[in-house]
Write a protein that binds this ligand. Structure first.
Ligand SMILES: [Zn+2]
Length: 530
């Protein structure tokens, strides 16, 4: 059976760059484009040449990508000719395979925002598409506010799309710019559009303002659209764009789509997805969303004892797809609700060989339960669990002792100019030798971390690539008094991430435990000698 080709268009570097707090450097852009290219995305929109220096430079040379590298920009301004419009000239000069124009398709916007006539807007679409075609580019037209425009004036919205198609645009992309359209409306309206423009020339660009951008994209495909625009991790203005990281596996792994459509992403490329998603987060210095479908750390995590034992017998019992198809991992959480099955499954995953009926398994399970009653949460701290298990099995070397630490927070100056200084001093004993380090930080935990990691003698080289990426504090009411739980997430030079935990009535003590676990875990993983 021959399947229809469905195209993927990524706009992480253009629409995704509109995300609050996201600012791609040129080097970031080059890296993201290469990553998308490797994933097998058909179109990569690199940005808006002429709008800012980084984008202009990004399009100043051939980027040598397999994907259709696309430049974004406006159609010619009303009242100008295409040969006399600097914005359009910059776009035509950009080293890109395709040009994606954005144009108004809602008559209200044409009048109020563009301050021109309906007819002049249509002429601008036609002229711009023709100019780009004449320059040898593949052309796309993003119809801004298409769905709202269609609801207000279907005839005019459609005539904008038709003008682009008739002028030679390869794709007419229907944009839900405000993101408020619902899937049933998208399906109905796209169904109307494909009566005029063939569906294999129609694309969907959905925003996530009702958390249905992914569903809206699929609704459009059901109605006949054959290009989906979206971003990695759903990056984008306000609530984001359609998340390609959720869309791609659904198209590949769910029979409704997989039987009908073929996409440019192969099974082998699909396995790169989780890594691509996390790499983007790292680049943006964000902690990956643990709950992200398909690629999140919790996407294939199981907690309750009976589920875990069923999963060990046959993973399909509680998994909608196999985790390795998207490059993710199964995880069985160790928690006080768990039975031996969870503990055994987790020990197996870590690579600790132990007989099922070994009494140490019972002892470990009891210890986990006791500690969880105190406030520890091992399901969120896999590295601390691993250390606990390895210690009970006697496989964690004694690396060093911290014999003393002191943290001081001082405020100096007067009310007009107050300065807060934090310093920490740590004494570490390694092979009978005492090393003393001091550190300054923007807070007590930071200062303690700086001091502790400043000089670990012969172990220093093993922890030089260690970095703390997330620090979370939660106050628990343990009955007799408040208890603080600290979770620290770390990563190293290889990109491996791990989480550690500390619990104490004192926040510094809790943080210190989590920091120590992180360092010792790294030493164990690096095979540091005792
Ligand atoms: Zn958009």
């Amino acid at each position: 059976m021959s399947r229809e080709r469905l195209y993927l268009f990524d706009t992480t570097l253009r629409d995704g760059a509109q995300t609050n707090g996201v600012d791609f450097t040129l080097a970031d852009k080059v890296a993201v484009a290469a990553m998308l290219d490797k994933l097998g995305i058909d179109y990569v929109e690199g940005g808006y040449p002429g709008a800012n220096p980084a984008d202009t430079e990004f399009f100043s040379k051939d980027r040598d990508l397999k994907t259709t590298f696309t430049a974004f920009g406006m159609t010619r301004r009303p009242g100008r000719s295409t040969s006399n419009d600097p914005g359009l000239a910059a776009l035509l000069q950009a080293k890109a395979d395709a040009i994606c124009f954005v144009a108004k398709s809602w008559d209200y916007h044409v009048r109020v925002a563009l301050e021109t006539t309906d007819e002049e807007n249509l002429a601008s679409i036609r002229d711009s598409v023709q100019a780009a075609k004449a320059a040898g580019r593949e052309v796309l037209l993003d119809c801004e506010h298409f769905f709202d425009g269609y609801k207000a004036n279907p005839k005019y919205a459609l005539s904008c799309a038709k003008a682009a198609y008739d002028a030679g645009a390869r794709w007419v992309v229907l944009c839900d710019t405000n993101g408020g359209t619902l899937p049933n409306e998208v399906e109905k309206i796209v169904g109307e559009v494909v009566k005029t423009i063939p569906g294999n020339h129609v694309g969907i660009h959905a925003h996530n303002d009702t958390e249905q951008a992914v569903a809206n994209s699929f609704a459009a495909v059901r109605a006949g659209a054959r290009q989906i625009q979206g971003t990695l991790n759903g990056l984008g203005e306000r609530c984001g764009n359609a998340n390609l990281v959720s869309i791609i596996p659904t198209l590949k792994l769910k029979s409704e789509f997989a039987e009908k459509f073929e996409i440019g992403v192969s099974d082998a490329q699909l396995k790169l997805l989780a890594h691509a998603s996390h790499t983007l987060d790292e680049m943006l210095n964000r902690a990956p969303n643990r709950y992200a479908p398909y690629v999140g750390e919790n996407a294939f995590a199981t907690k309750a004892g009976i589920h875990a034992s069923a999963i060990m017998k046959d993973p399909q019992t509680y998994e909608h797809v196999a985790p390795d198809t998207v490059g993710n991992k199964r995880k069985v959480l160790v928690s006080d609700q768990a039975g031996r099955a969870n503990v055994l499954a987790e020990l197996d995953r870590i690579g600790l060989k132990i007989a099922k009926d070994d009494p140490r398994v019972t002892k470990l399970l009891e210890t986990v339960k006791e500690r969880e009653a105190l406030g520890y949460a091992y399901e969120a701290a896999d590295a601390s669990f691993e250390l606990l298990a390895r210690r009970m099995l006697g496989s964690v070397p004694h690396y060093f002792d911290v014999s003393y630490f002191d943290v001081k927070v001082e405020q100096r100056g007067n009310s007009a100019e107050l300065e807060t200084l934090t310093t920490a001093v740590v004494k570490v004993k390694i092979d009978g030798e005492t090393l003393i380090s001091a550190g300054e930080g923007n807070g007590p935990i930071n200062a303690l971390d700086v001091a502790l990691r400043k000089d670990l003698g012969k172990y220093q080289k093993f922890i030089s690539g260690l970095e703390l990426t997330d620090y979370r504090v939660r106050i628990l009411n343990g009955g007799t008094g408040a208890v603080t739980r600290v979770l620290i997430e770390s990563r190293d030079e290889t990109g491996e991430r791990w989480a550690t935990i500390g619990v104490s009535p004192n926040i510094i003590e809790a943080s210190f435990q989590a920091l120590m676990d992180s360092i010792i875990y790294k030493l164990v993983r690096s095979g540091a000698p005792a």
